[in-house]
Design a protein around this ligand. Structure first.
Ligand SMILES: *Cc1c(COP(=O)(O)O)cnc(C)c1O
Length: 453
C-alpha cells in the first residue's frame, strides 16, 4: 500500500510561529503614518489593533514567537491538517511529478483563516477587549472570526462585501449562527460607506471598502478593536503553522519540494505554506521555488507596482509598501472573492522585489477546469480561491511531463468549496467567463499612486 496521507501527533504540532522577517536580509519597508509620512511604532497601531498584535506586526528580531497554550489547545481541534499525496491527480495528468497538498479545508470553518482568527481573538480577549470588527470578502474570514470570537466570548460585527453577501448567503448564516452581526458593505452605517454609496449607489463593494467601514467602527467604539484576515505581517506569522507542519510531513513522506505553491489574495495562506520552506533558502541557500497563483483579473504581483499604498479604499489604514493595483482598483466579480484585493502584504512584496519568489496569473475558466479535475480525482471540492493553486500545480506537473523529469510539487489547499456551489453551477452550465484586465484600466487605477507618495 502506498502511503497517501501524513498526519502529526498532537505533541508535534508547532509550539512557535516562524517570523521570517528576522531572517530577511532586506527587511520590509516600514508602514507609514499617512499624514506625517513617518514610520509607525507599535504604539501608533494600538488604537486599531490589540497591543500584542501591534508588536508582532513590527517585530523584526524574534525568529520564533511562542504560540500561547490557549491558542494551541484550539488548534488541536483540527490540527495537524493532513498532507496528502495526490496520486489520483498525478495519474490523470500522466506526469512524473509527485504532487502533495496540505489540506487546510479540514478546519471547522473550511479554510486556513481559522489559524489567525483564533490567535487574534485570543490576544484581544487577553487585553480586556469586548468587541471586535472586521471585513470579509467571500465570507471565509468572517466565518472563521465568528467561530473564534465565540470561543473567546467577544462580540463581533462583520462588514461583508455586498456582492458576496448576496452570492454567498450561507457564509452569512454561518457567521450569524456563531452570533456575529453581519452588515452588507458599503453600508449607510459609516461615513466611508455613505460617501461611496452617494457617489455610486450600485457599487457592489470590495474588500477595501469593507476594511474602511470596519476600521471606522473600531476607531469610534470604546473597547473595540479591528482585526484583519490577510495582508498584515502578524497574519502571515500565524499562518506559518501550515508550512511548519508541512515541513515535518514532507519529511515523513521522504521528500523535499522543488516548488511550493499557494493561491494569492493578500498573501496569508501563501506565506503560511511557503515561508517555513523559504527559510531554508534564506538561511542554508537551499534550492527551492515558491510560486504565488493570483487571478488574471486581479494581478497585483504580476502586473502591479511596488509602491506605498493604502490598505483600504477610503485611506484610513497606514501606508504600506506593497505590490498594488491601486487602492481604488475595483476587481472584476470573479468567484474567488477572497482573491479580490488590490495589494500584497509588505513581507511578500519585499520578497517578490528581491526575486526570492515567482508569481503566475490564472484565468477564471482555467481555475474551474483545474477544480473539476481535482474534485474528480481527489474527491474534494476545492474553494474557487484554492483552485488557483491547483491550476498552478497542474501547470508545473505538465511542465515536468514535457521535460520528462521528476518534480516534487507542494501546494496549499486553502479551503473547500462546498459553500461555493453556485459558482460551480455556472461553470457546469457554461455561463462562466474570463475577465480580462486591460492596460488602460490598470493604468488608470495605478495613476493615483503617484499622488500618495
Ligand atoms: C481568504 C482566502 C484566500 C485568500 O487569502 P490569502 O490571505 O491570500 O490566503 C485563499 N483561500 C481561501 C480558501 C480563503 O478563504
Amino acid at each position: 500500500m502506498k502511503t497517501k496521507k501524513f498526519l502529526l501527533e498532537e505533541k508535534e504540532i508547532p509550539t512557535a510561529w516562524y517570523n521570517i522577517v528576522a531572517d530577511m536580509k532586506n527587511k520590509p519597508l516600514p508602514p507609514l503614518n499617512p499624514q506625517t509620512k513617518q514610520p509607525l511604532k507599535p504604539e501608533d497601531l494600538y488604537p486599531i489593533f490589540a497591543k500584542e498584535l501591534s508588536h508582532q506586526e513590527l517585530n523584526e528580531t524574534d525568529k520564533w514567537i511562542e504560540i500561547p497554550e490557549e491558542v494551541r489547545e484550539l488548534y488541536k481541534n483540527y490540527r495537524s491538517t493532513p498532507l496528502v499525496r495526490a496520486y489520483g491527480l498525478e495519474k490523470a495528468l500522466d506526469t512524473p511529478a509527485h504532487i502533495y497538498f496540505k489540506n487546510e479545508s479540514v478546519s471547522p470553518i473550511g479554510s486556513h483563516k481559522l489559524n489567525s482568527a483564533i490567535a487574534q481573538a485570543y490576544y484581544c480577549k487577553k487585553e480586556g477587549i469586548t468587541n471586535i470588527t472586521t471585513e470579509t470578502g467571500a465570507g471565509q474570514w468572517g466565518a472563521a472570526l465568528s467561530y473564534a470570537a465565540r470561543a473567546f466570548d467577544l462580540e463581533l460585527a462583520v462588514y461583508m462585501v455586498k456582492i458576496s453577501y448576496h452570492q454567498k448567503p450561507y457564509r452569512r448564516s454561518i457567521m450569524q449562527t456563531f452570533g456575529a452581526q453581519v452588515i452588507a458593505s458599503p453600508s449607510m452605517s459609516t461615513k466611508a460607506g455613505r460617501k461611496i454609496l452617494t457617489e455610486n449607489p450600485n457599487y457592489q463593494g470590495s474588500l477595501g471598502t469593507a476594511i474602511s467601514e470596519a476600521v471606522e467602527l473600531a476607531l469610534q467604539t470604546p473597547n473595540c478593536k479591528y482585526t484583519l484576515g490577510s495582508v498584515l505581517n502578524h497574519v502571515m506569522l500565524h499562518q506559518t503553522v501550515i508550512g511548519l507542519e508541512a515541513e515535518k510531513q514532507m519529511e515523513m513522506a521522504g521528500e523535499y519540494p522543488d516548488v511550493v505553491i499557494g493561491c494569492f489574495g493578500g498573501g496569508s495562506n501563501f506565506s503560511g505554506i511557503s515561508f517555513p520552506f523559504l527559510r531554508h533558502k534564506l538561511t542554508e541557500g537551499k534550492e527551492i521555488r515558491i510560486v504565488a497563483a493570483e487571478p488574471a483579473s486581479c494581478p497585483k504581483l504580476t502586473r502591479g507596482q511596488f509602491q506605498y499604498d493604502f490598505g483600504d479604499e477610503a485611506g484610513y489604514t497606514p501606508l504600506l509598501p506593497m505590490f498594488t493595483l491601486g487602492h481604488n482598483f475595483a476587481p472584476a466579480h470573479i468567484h474567488a472573492g477572497g482573491l479580490r484585493y488590490h495589494g500584497a502584504g509588505s513581507i511578500v512584496s519585499q520578497i517578490m522585489k528581491d526575486g526570492l519568489m515567482e508569481a503566475v496569473d490564472i484565468k477564471q475558466l482555467e481555475t474551474f477546469e483545474a477544480a473539476n479535475l481535482f474534485a474528480r480525482t481527489e474527491g474534494i471540492i476545492p474553494a474557487p480561491e484554492s483552485s488557483h493553486a491547483i491550476a498552478a500545480a497542474i501547470q508545473e506537473a505538465k511542465q515536468a511531463k514535457e521535460e520528462g523529469k521528476p518534480r516534487t510539487i507542494l501546494f496549499n489547499l486553502s479551503g473547500h468549496g462546498l459553500i461555493d456551489m453556485a459558482a460551480y453551477d455556472q461553470f457546469i452550465s457554461g455561463d462562466l467567463t474570463n475577465h480580462e484586465l486591460s492596460d488602460e484600466e490598470l493604468n488608470k487605477s495605478l495613476s493615483v499612486l503617484e499622488q500618495i507618495i
